[in-house]
Write a protein that binds this ligand. Structure first.
Ligand code: NMX
Ligand code: MLT
Length: 437
């Protein structure tokens, strides 16, 4: 069985050749134009980043190396006794562009479990943080602190060759992904279940199986499977989303993977990005509180209008690229519909009913370019239903997941020798000058 490192050693030279050829033969080819609207509009729609692992189509949604979500659900290995794809099989696909065998994904699970424990000083650091510090702030602190043991940084200090960058980056990336469950679960324990014991990492379990165990939900197979699906699906969403882009930007300075990903987590912690999944739950529960559980479409419509007229966004709706319902939303909804208990859940039914009404209201409101739900519109509901009700924690789970795509790009950026990112900026005066000329 070929390991992840061996597979990458085979794949990387081909990609390096491809890049060399592109640079040599097509450097001056024009693939789009820069308009003032791009500069004023958060670079929306500007084709300006190299990202290997996934591409987002506005109508079809995400494809991971060409595979749609249903494709991945069919071909990516699951955990023993489970059906949903594992985080490690998604990581393997993202990194190599290949579907791992069951043995390969299990081997990666074993390696991650072996590396899963936290250094004692990081445990102490997390335990010293105040419980009212947002879990996302704590996660970023914990991830950044892991950089004390960065193999990339240590080798850089000694003076490694550029061609070796990716190998040390890969080692840091694997260590980081391995430690995220213990880090994220410790934060959960400290903030919400102080005084309780954390389970030890089980060397025979996959990454998310261990995460679920550490959170105290390991005996709930449905929730564990849901977490596997959730974490695989949120892993990558091409390069331009704020968290992935942040990790890439910071990594481009040769900051190590821990610092790069810590920065990404603080982008994810914004309510227009990953924090939306906490906001959705807050908003749906406030709706339930105000209008009860047995709500009609008209009740929801009126509530939506109150939100919009209050000058707030409807959390979980809209997207910078997507123009149809997010296929990740659909996949999570399908999961709920396949489990009778979840189908009956009042919070899941409320999310469904909201989906039946919200797109028309948002169309009538006329502002958002995409009136359909994104993944955050539903991702917290199953967690809530099964007793993981602390919604300020939800973005942490997204943060455990998004590492899969971010670390993949860090490895590829170093393997391809991508330069420090440094776009050109203009003031409004300078722009006016450019327009006149
Ligand atoms: N509710 C109300 N207004 C909205 C919404 C929404 N859900 N989405 C967009 N708009 C408004 C937006 O605020 C903007 O208004 P203004 O011109 O006054 O600034 C206008 O519609 C045009 O925005 P778009 O070009 O459609 O959206 P943009 O690409 O700028 O932003 C989001 C994308 C995702 C930030 C935006 O749709 C949003 O704020 N959605 C709610 C928060 C959310 O669900 N975020 C999660 C994204 C997914 N994730 O996991 O990261
Ligand atoms: C994501 O998964 O990063 C979000 O859907 C936001 C985005 O793609 O811009």
């Amino acid at each position: 069985t070929q390991s992840l490192r061996e597979t990458l050693k085979e794949v990387i030279p081909r990609k390096q050749e491809q890049l060399k050829k592109l640079k040599l033969e097509h450097s001056q080819a024009v693939v789009g134009e820069v308009k003032v609207e791009h500069i004023l509009g958060g670079m929306r729609g500007l084709k300006a980043m190299l990202w290997e692992a996934s591409v987002l189509d506005p109508n079809e949604g995400i494809r991971f190396h060409g595979l749609s979500i249903p494709d991945c659900q069919k071909v990516l290995p699951s955990a023993p006794g489970g059906k949903e794809m594992t985080a490690e099989s998604m990581l393997w696909l993202l990194m190599t562009g290949q579907v791992p065998t069951v043995e390969q994904s299990r081997e990666l699970s074993r390696e991650l479990a072996e590396k899963g424990d936290l250094p004692a000083f990081v445990e102490e650091l997390l335990d010293s943080l105040p419980a009212n510090l947002h879990p996302m702030t704590q996660l970023g602190i914990g991830v950044a602190a892991l950089n004390r043991d960065s193999k990339f940084q240590a080798a850089y200090e000694k003076g490694m060759k550029k061609s070796e960058y990716w190998t040390y980056t890969l080692e840091d990336c694997i260590d980081l992904v391995a430690k995220l469950p213990a880090l994220a679960a410790r934060i959960y324990r400290n903030v919400y279940k102080p005084g309780t014991d954390l389970a030890p990492i089980d060397k025979n379990l996959d990454l998310v199986g261990n995460y679920s165990n550490l959170l105290g939900f390991g005996n709930n197979q449905t929730l564990t499977e849901y977490l596997r699906l959730y974490i695989a699906l949120h892993g990558d969403h091409e390069g331009g989303n704020a968290s992935a882009h942040t990790s890439h930007l910071v990594g481009s300075t040769l900051s190590d993977p821990y610092l790069s990903y810590s920065a990404a987590l603080y982008a994810l912690a914004g309510p227009l990005h990953g924090l939306a999944n906490q906001e959705v739950l807050r908003w749906q529960l406030a709706m339930q509180e105000e209008i009860g559980t047995n709500v009609s479409h008209d009740d929801i419509k009126a509530y939506l209008w109150r939100t919009l007229k209050g000058g707030q966004v409807v959390p979980g709706y809209g997207h910078g690229v997507l123009r149809k319902p997010d296929p990740r939303f659909i996949a999570l909804q399908e999961f709920c519909q396949s489990i009778p208990e979840l189908k009956q859940s009042s919070i899941i039914q409320l999310v469904n009913k909201t989906f039946e009404v919200a797109p028309d209201v948002l169309k009538e409101h006329g502002k958002t370019k995409n009136p359909y739900p994104n993944v955050d519109a539903t991702s917290g509901c199953v967690l809530y239903h099964y007793g993981l009700t602390e919604f300020k924690y939800y973005t942490v789970i997204f943060g455990v997941s998004r590492a899969l795509g971010a670390v993949t790009q860090l490895v590829w950026a170093r393997a391809l020798g991508l330069p420090i990112e440094r776009p050109k900026s203009y003031s409004m005066d300078a722009l006016e000058g450019l327009i006149k000329n």
